[in-house]
Design a protein around this ligand. Structure first.
Ligand code: TRP
Ligand code: ZN
Length: 886
């Protein structure tokens, strides 16, 4: 029974099973925005229609954070008795079947610190409506299965806001009295309101053009603050490449005459795919060689592509409801991953994506917030823009591609658009299109959408020399996750090769087949049972199995191989992913072994076979530098921590540092040689070769710095001072910041003085300090929180300091005193009332308390309890914290 005396209403959980089509819908929207100092007047005229029920079926509109001024029905003013204003709703009854509703309301963008709805960022107006931000602009059916066409008129001061943008085409503009002007935009494509956007500001732009393969000329504009015009070229080039790639690979063309991108410095996430008016976090769009690293260049290229690709996968075909979020996000991430693979190095891209999946998504999947790719319940949808929905969702799409093959996959995509263009649909609709187009039964495969948790696959093998038979037994289990137990076996594509003693792949012929069936030595096995044995015949010599090539499914694999077999795969596997994987497994096993040595107070010693193998990789001329750099990147402390609980925070850190130091000593000459060999020559280029060179060279510098030698410090300083690009500059600075070199503090000061007026570069200055492994880091971070350039209202700055420390610096965040946890608690107390979405992102490291030792568990839980007791705690943070304590 509801208790009226209970002051705090517990936020409501929403369930997928409760989905109902809306009783009313909106066909056409006319919006007027009058932007004035301190207030924005909104007038919304809606052409509406009843779809189910009768006259007494109430219309319930969503709305909050606004002042309602008036409601008109078919031109007649309604009195306050004709409708009911709730906390977050406006309810009207007695409506005809078709009608026009006109709502007037005021909002105050300058008071909007949550950065959802209409808000102000550095003097410009902008919007963020996904997922449920439109309801902060005006009363509306704020759900993605209500699709309407929009006409938008914006009025504002002409001098302060010369640029006025919305979705679609500009159809009118002109002057008004008192220094004001107006622009009218019309978007012919029906869309859900989460794709609505508005921008007003004093912006400069870079313009370019693209001609589609059917010959339509599209104007491309990238709007930025005038001082950022020198950082637009790369994003513009990335956009043109994306448009071409989508035509070539998916046959999809752009569908309007204009495509705009706007860069905004206050933004909760990376970017937003609003129809023809993408809005970007400056971090994901601005880049030039002086201010952005190679990783930033890659991220800009990927995010520009991602948002552009949403025009088809998200906008033309959208989601029926937010449980279906992965319908557009998983698919679009897979598309941007493949685009990046085609633009750069495919092998390296796959390694990077899998590294990220393991570090973040596997952690989520084994923690208190574990949820399926298609969640079945949530309190706050903003909390479900997760690595599971995005990255695991992308792995699910990749598995369709693997199981069906490229041609059937493309047929499935074509059928999906043929059936659903202009609709709001579900993940099941996508699966049906894939199934119907290919004829492949995907019934069991659909479990990837509904079962949470990372499947664990075990490999056992047996070689029968006499009968030339090789048996591979694959077994799977899916772990329990909160609210889900007793799971069914999944349909898992397992790409396999058998590597012969000479290092070459053997032909793959299964028992019962009369010839080998493989593509370049690899074939995909369909693992569908809890345990299944595959018998390969005509295997003349004992091979080493290379299983899950290319990481063909998002699972945890136990290969059953020994150290020598991993060394063999590291040296020979034709699949570069599994070559890298062999090195990762070897290093992880070595580091965890050393952790045990430390715990037992045994002396640590690094296996010479491992050093030797790494040395060989470095000397191998057939490998490219980017790949060598991947081999040299040891598994992170976070990934090592997932392998054994309770996490030995300090042991892992010490053992991993020890391995780095030993490699540095043993391979010093190789590192020195690489450092000179890979020097940048000529102007900065963002090509796979140049990126690989810088990566390996900076990796070599990092290892050399482990020698703790003065002369290497000088090398780092020299690189820092002479660098003509941010990649080399920040690499040198970050290794210096980790060290005790005398020049360390001076370098930090130099960097600050040089870059204090470039916010994105200053973010890096905060981050390198927050991620330092030095023991004084928390003190430094506390100090930086009081720095005049720290602003808690700017998400990028908060992330550059707080996330960097709490999520990327395990040894310091998890200091056994608990001071790192308390620091995060203090930040959240201040930030939650300002920006719940960012707060809910920051709190996540605390929620994994179950992985730690009893003392740390207590300290972490204490801070979680304290957060729960905050007055007016947001539903966002409430959901994450309360679920972690269950
Ligand atoms: N749809 C966006 C994307 O993946 C992400 C997004 C969702 C977003 N909600 C947001 C971005 C809120 C910024 C703010 O591209
Ligand atoms: Zn997206």
């Amino acid at each position: 029974m509801a208790d009226a005396s209970q002051a705090v209403a517990r936020p409501q959980t929403k369930y997928l099973k409760d989905y109902r089509a809306p009783d009313y819908t909106i066909d056409r929207v006319d919006l007027l925005f009058q932007l004035e100092e301190g207030v924005t007047h909104v007038t919304s005229r809606l052409q509406m229609r009843r779809q189910s029920g009768g006259v007494d079926t109430p219309l319930v509109l969503d709305g909050s954070h606004m002042k309602l001024l008036s409601v008109e029905l078919d031109g007649g003013q309604l009195s306050a008795d004709d409708y009911e204003v709730g906390e977050e709703t406006l309810t009207i009854t007695g409506l005809p079947e078709e009608f026009e509703l006109t709502i007037r309301n005021d909002i105050d963008p300058s008071a909007n610190t949550a950065l959802e709805g209409l808000y102000i960022s550095k003097g410009m107006y902008c919007t963020q409506c996904e997922a449920e931000g439109f309801r902060r602009i005006t009363y509306f059916l704020d759900r993605s299965d209500v699709m309407a066409t929009y006409r938008v008129r914006i009025e504002a001061d002409r001098e302060k806001y010369p640029v006025l943008l919305s979705n679609g085409n500009e159809v009118d503009h002109g002057l008004l009295g008192e220094g004001r002007h107006f622009v009218v935009w019309d978007d012919p494509f029906p869309k859900p309101c989460y794709l609505f956007a508005l921008v007003a500001g004093d912006l400069a732009y870079l313009e370019d053009h693209y001609t589609t393969k059917s010959g339509e000329k599209v104007t491309l504009r990238l709007f930025v603050a005038p001082q950022d015009l020198d950082k637009c070229r790369h994003a513009m080039d990335s956009l043109k490449k994306s448009m071409k790639w989508d035509e070539d690979v998916y046959g999809l063309e752009y569908d309007l005459d204009i495509f705009n991108i706007v860069a905004v410095s206050h933004f909760n996430m990376g970017a937003m795919e609003n129809k023809s008016l993408n809005i970007f976090n400056t971090k994901c769009v601005l880049a030039n060689p002086q201010t952005a690293t190679d990783a930033d260049f890659a991220a800009v290229e990927a995010v520009v592509a991602h948002e552009y690709f949403h025009n088809w996968t998200g906008n033309r075909v959208t989601c029926r409801d937010w449980f279906q979020l992965s319908l557009k996000e998983g698919l679009t991430v897979f598309r941007d991953q493949e685009f990046s693979a085609d633009m750069g190095s495919r092998a390296v891209k796959r390694i990077e994506d899998v590294r990220m999946l393991r570090q973040y998504q596997f952690a989520e999947d084994s923690g208190p917030m574990a949820h399926p790719v298609r969640p079945d319940n949530y309190i706050e949808i903003n909390n479900f823009y997760t690595v599971t929905v995005y990255e695991k969702g992308a792995e699910v799409i990749r598995m369709y591609h693997t199981l069906l093959g490229p041609e059937n996959y493309r047929k499935g995509i074509d059928l999906y658009f043929e059936r659903h263009d202009g609709q709001a649909v579900t993940c099941d609709d996508f699966l049906s299109a894939m199934q119907d187009a290919s004829g492949v039964d995907l019934g069991q495969f659909s479990l990837w959408y509904s079962q949470a948790g990372t499947p664990e696959v075990t490999v056992e093998s047996r070689y029968d020399a006499e009968n030339e038979l090789f048996e591979l037994t694959l077994s799977q289990t899916v772990p329990d996750t909160p609210g889900q137990t007793g799971k069914k076996p999944m349909h898992i594509p397992v790409a396999v090769g058998l590597v012969g003693p000479d290092g070459a792949d053997l032909p793959l012929q299964l028992e019962g087949e009369n010839a080998p069936h493989d593509v370049d030595g690899t074939r995909v096995l369909d693992l569908k049972e809890a345990s299944q044995t595959f018998r390969f015949v005509n295997v003349a010599e004992q091979p080493v199995p290379s299983v899950l090539r290319g990481f063909s499914a998002p699972v945890k694999l136990s290969t059953g191989l020994n150290e020598d077999q991993f060394l063999f795969l590291l040296a020979h596997d034709s699949d570069s992913f599994n070559r890298w994987e062999a090195a990762q497994t070897l290093s992880a096993n070595i580091i965890l072994g050393l952790v045990d040595d430390l715990a037992a107070q045994r002396a640590m010693e690094l296996d010479p076979k491992f050093i030797n193998a790494i040395g060989k990789v470095l000397d191998d001329d057939t490998l490219d530098n980017a790949f060598k750099a991947e081999i040299l990147s040891l598994p992170s402390e976070a990934v090592l921590g997932q392998m054994r609980t309770p996490v030995d925070v300090d042991g892992i850190h010490a053992a991993r540092e020890f391995v780095r130091g030993q490699l540095a000593h043993a391979l010093e000459n190789d590192f020195r040689a690489l450092y000179s060999l890979c020097e940048d020559r000529g102007a900065y280029e963002f090509t796979p070769e140049a990126v690989g060179n810088r990566r390996l060279r900076n990796m070599a510098l990092g290892y050399l710095m482990e020698l703790g030698d003065d002369e290497v410090c000088k090398l780092a300083i020299k690189q820092f001072m002479n660098a003509d690009n941010m990649t080399n500059e920040i690499a040198a600075l970050s290794t210096l910041v980790n060290s005790d070199c005398a020049a360390r503090d001076g370098a930090l000061q130099t960097f600050y003085d040089k870059w204090r007026h470039e916010p994105l570069v200053l973010d890096k200055w905060f981050s390198v300090q927050a991620t330092s492994r030095r023991a004084d880091t928390l003190d430094v971070v506390r100090h930086l929180r009081r720095h005049p350039d720290f602003d808690i209202r700017t998400p990028n700055r908060v992330r550059s300091l707080v996330s960097a420390f709490c999520a990327l610096n395990p040894v310091n965040f998890h200091d056994k005193s608990g001071s790192g946890y308390n620091f995060l608690g203090d930040i959240l107390e201040e930030l939650d009332p300002i920006n719940p979405q960012i707060s809910a992102g920051l709190v996540r490291p605390l929620t994994r308390w179950k992985m730690y030792d009893a003392d740390r568990q207590q300290l972490m839980k204490k801070v979680l309890m304290r957060i729960l007791s905050f007055k007016d705690l947001s539903p966002d943070v409430y959901e994450i914290v309360s679920k972690s304590l269950q």
